[in-house]
Design a protein around this ligand. Structure first.
Ligand code: DC
Length: 215
């Protein structure tokens, strides 16, 4: 029997991961954070000190990269990097890495492999439009840039990063632009996705709304 799949796409800070984790628990699905996968590749490239233009070196990195996910954590070459991938440095570099064709090819291959074997809810930017084009359900989650920046600012402050709200908003705007204007699989709503605007909506309300669509 074919596995069940839910695609949840949208821009940074729209609340995708919190919502996807909760739906995963309630519906007995495996949660796959595809943004975390692009972040792990970024960490590996930064640690290796490789230029993003160095195609050969990036190919070498992708050849033997180990990315594993469990319920709460992500592992890069068997090392837990859950916290390391959420720094401002990674935030500012990841959308450049996510533009690279070979990186996307490798990540999509891994993501499809996972979805072939498990019932998943996968969050990202191109899940409904490309990775899982035949997902059983597709949702596109948005929120105003002000609200998204505010959420990210609180997250970063809680982790002890010293940034202004204005800076976080600028970073998010730059990332939105990179993610939606890139050539390969840009961020956009799939035609058959259900759009939900989470501005001023409590998370529980958005979860309830999504659950109301699931049979
Ligand atoms: O969801 P996030 O903020 O952790 O994603 C990090 C970056 O990865 C973001 O700039 C867009 C990119 N990304 C992507 O291009 N495709 C995906 N399926 C998921 C994330």
């Amino acid at each position: 029997m074919k596995n069940r799949s839910i695609a949840l796409d949208g821009p940074a800070g729209a609340g995708k991961s919190t919502i996807a984790k909760e739906i995963a628990k309630l519906k007995n699905l495996i949660y796959i954070d595809t943004g975390a996968m692009y972040r792990a590749v970024t960490l590996k490239i930064l640690n290796a000190g490789i230029s993003l233009e160095n195609t050969d070196a990036i190919n070498d990195i992708l050849c033997d990269i180990g990315i594993d996910l469990d319920e709460n954590d992500i592992y890069l070459d068997k090392k837990c990097v859950t916290n390391e991938i959420r720094t401002p440095e990674i935030n500012n570099t990841v959308s450049q890495v996510a533009k690279i064709a070979q990186v996307r090819e490798k990540m999509v291959q891994l993501q499809r492999q996972i979805a072939d074997n498990k019932d998943v809810i996968m969050d990202g930017r191109d899940i409904g439009t490309f990775v899982l084009i035949n997902a059983n359900y597709k949702f596109y989650l948005t929120a105003s840039i002000k609200e998204r920046a505010h959420r990210r600012f609180l997250e970063l402050s809680e982790k002890g990063f010293d940034m202004t709200l204005d800076q976080v908003e600028k970073d998010i705007a730059a990332r939105d632009k990179n993610d939606s204007e890139r050539e390969i699989s840009p961020l956009r709503k799939a035609e058959d996705a259900i759009e939900i605007d989470s501005t001023n909506k409590p998370i529980q309300e958005v979860i309830k709304e999504i659950l109301s669509y699931l049979k």
